[in-house]
Design a protein. Structure first.
Length: 172
């Protein structure tokens, strides 16, 4: 845990944190604070761009049920019921092993919960915010070993190491 003595020390410490994360292969992703105080980001699912809320309290990343075709998802029924933000016991579907790209950070193993996001988007539009396609949750934040700089509105995710395939030696 870091403690800052004054604002000059804080600037130095934050600059060195940025350097450390860059050296450790973290990707710096800009976030946008919207009128509801949510942090929003742009991401691609299966090559299709969308707008998402970053939600550290959401256990899983989610996409609206009405966007299955839009994001080229293969979905299947799920016995899990979704709850949150004023809605409970919602029917869900799931979609596994999707490609997710947030800026330069990528994964090919993104599992999504699909459910009706009408209540989320209704709440956003009532506060004059734009609708979102989904939610980036704790599953992605954990897999990306996330750091969030709320002051600078920046998300850092560690690049996923690509598995190296050994070349097969042929006997001839």
């Amino acid at each position: 845990m870091m403690y800052f003595c004054n604002s000059a020390t804080k600037v130095i410490e934050m600059a060195s944190l940025k350097k450390i994360l860059r050296k450790k292969k973290y990707v710096r992703i800009k976030l946008k604070k919207i009128v509801t105080n949510h942090l929003e980001l742009s991401a691609k699912i299966n090559g299709v761009r969308g707008k998402f809320i970053l939600d550290t309290g959401a256990s899983n990343s989610c996409v609206g049920l009405d966007l299955i075709d839009h994001f080229r998802l293969i979905s299947e029924e799920s016995e899990i019921k979704a709850a949150g933000a004023g809605a409970t016991d919602m029917e869900t579907q799931k979609s596994e092993n999707n490609r997710l790209q947030i800026d330069k950070w990528k994964t090919h193993k993104c599992n999504l919960v699909l459910f009706d996001l009408t209540h989320v988007n209704t709440a956003l539009t009532q506060h004059k915010a734009e609708k979102v396609h989904g939610i980036i949750g704790a599953d992605i934040l954990q897999s990306g070993k996330a750091f969030i700089d709320y002051d600078k509105k920046v998300l850092y995710l560690k690049k996923v190491k690509k598995k190296k395939f050994k070349k097969m030696k042929l006997p001839f």
